[in-house]
Design a binder for this molecule. Structure first.
Ligand SMILES: Cc1ncc(COP(=O)(O)O)c(C=O)c1O
Length: 447
């Protein structure tokens, strides 16, 4: 199991991509797993001390298809802050072609792909600089939740199309937002009146249930509030037609069935509430801003054991401490608030794995600080110095861009991309697929 609260005595699960030698005479795995295993093998054979971030493009494309299947009438504006890897942005500019940004550099990155791509500037509290940039680059949709924001927008981007952000409370969400952004319906009415006085154009309502939401019911209550806000806007004479249901969708792939079930029931509940509260009248449009959903399970990080110590406690219990070549200040993000930690999988052949003793284990990051601990007190197979471990489900809000953590001369992680033949064939249907060429060494073999 990945990304759940660690408990004592937890045993590592059998790896999905168990590493096998090419010469192995065991029954071959399916084509995709075989190819992925070869990629891992290549990383290991390179014998480098640099961590490697592996993007599984199949997974990302699969998510895109799942979204379209489950919520075909809701247009996903990919939340760029979740992962700004150049290939992710490139793929999204080919697949969903719509983006949600919250900074100048995010806007710039998207427009560098194609300056006609629709962008929603989703941050309800922006600097003057961002608003000016949005004006200059024709970013039309802006979000607000306060009088001061309306004043800034009136001054720097008076022709913007505005969405009012509703306040949502989700006690189960991994990042509670209800105090940071948004208005309730009563405050919203006053703000809309002010927008009217300032001659600004409000075209929509938005909310964000908080990342990693676990309660599908939250969408129902939010949609009910959104309906009320919509009607208030219409009563005040605005042409309100855009509903933005934000992000918050879980990001696992089908390995974790329970979270897939959450996504499915969210989709069902959203579709049902939309038909209750926003019956189709031809004018309105519904969009969302999923981030984690698309990228979380698409990334794994391959790290190497660069140090190993055996520590015996006072009651003679033995514990193995590994030091790896990556850090929580690098790409291995640990969510401090809710204790989510990436869980390790050994990269070992199946036969090898069976022979390993299971030990109580600590895994430490490469920086000297005591807080750079990735896993504590887990049960894990005994590994050797120089062997490799992989952390899966690392794609959302991973931090290869926190470059300051590499200032001490450490090399940044390498990035590798994986796409199976099936996915390559699928991507070839899109006009701009040849722009993917420089991400794949073997792109010529795609044809
Ligand atoms: C306004 C807004 N929309 C969408 C998202 C994306 O959330 P998630 O990655 O959970 O889909 C965020 C995340 O912080 C956000 O702040």
């Amino acid at each position: 199991m990945f990304r759940k609260r660690l408990n004592f005595n937890q045993f590592v699960r059998t790896p999905k991509y168990s590493f096998r030698r090419r010469s192995s005479r065991l029954k071959p795995m399916n084509n995709k797993a075989e190819k992925f295993a070869i990629l891992l093998e290549d990383i290991i054979l390179e014998n480098k001390d640099t961590p490697t971030i592996v993007y599984d493009i199949d997974d990302l494309v699969k998510k895109f298809k799942i979204w379209n299947e489950k919520m075909p009438n809701i247009h996903p504006y990919y939340f760029v802050g979740a992962n700004r890897d150049p290939l992710v942005i490139k793929l999204m500019s080919i697949l969903s072609r719509k983006f949600s940004c919250s900074s100048i550099s995010e806007i710039q990155q998207v427009l560098d792909e194609d300056n006609s791509l629709p962008i929603l500037l989703t941050n309800p509290c922006k600097t003057n600089g961002i608003i000016v940039h949005a004006f200059k680059r024709n970013v039309e949709y802006l979000v607000f939740d306060s009088e001061s924001e309306l004043q800034k927008i009136r001054y720097h981007h008076p022709s913007a199309s505005l969405l009012i952000r509703l306040r949502i409370g989700d006690p189960n969400s991994s990042e509670r937002r209800e105090q940071k952004y948004g208005v309730d319906v009563r405050e919203g009415k006053e703000l809309l009146q002010l927008a009217k006085t300032l001659n600004l154009e409000v075209i929509g309502v938005c909310f964000h249930v908080g990342t990693n939401c676990t309660d599908p019911n939250l969408f129902t209550s939010s949609l009910k509030d959104a309906q009320s806000m919509f009607n208030t806007g219409i009563d005040l004479g605005f042409d309100v037609w855009l509903l933005n249901i934000g992000g918050g969708f879980p990001g696992t792939s089908d390995i974790l069935k329970s979270e897939c079930a959450i996504f499915n029931s969210m989709a069902k509940m959203i579709n049902k509430s939309l038909s209750n509260f926003f019956p189709k009248d031809g004018n309105s449009m519904v969009i969302a801003e999923p981030g984690r959903f698309f990228v979380e399970s698409a990334v794994c990080i391959v790290v190497r054991i660069v140090g190993k110590r055996l520590v015996r406690s006072s009651d003679h219990e033995e514990c193995v401490h590994y030091h790896i070549n990556e850090s929580i200040f690098g790409s291995l993000r640990v969510h401090k608030e809710n204790q989510f930690r990436p869980l390790p999988e050994p990269i070992l052949s199946r036969d090898d794995l069976k022979k390993r003793k299971i030990c109580k284990t600590f895994i430490w990051g490469r920086t000297c600080g005591n807080q750079d601990s990735i896993n504590r007190n887990i049960m894990f197979p005994l590994m050797d110095l120089g062997e490799y471990i992989m952390y899966t489900h690392c794609g959302a809000y991973l931090s290869p861009y926190f470059t300051h953590s590499y200032d001490n001369g450490e090399e940044k992680p390498r990035v590798k991309y994986f796409a199976s033949d099936k996915t390559r064939k699928y991507l070839k249907k899109f006009d701009r697929f040849d722009e993917l060429s420089h991400f794949f060494d073997d792109f010529e073999s795609w044809n």
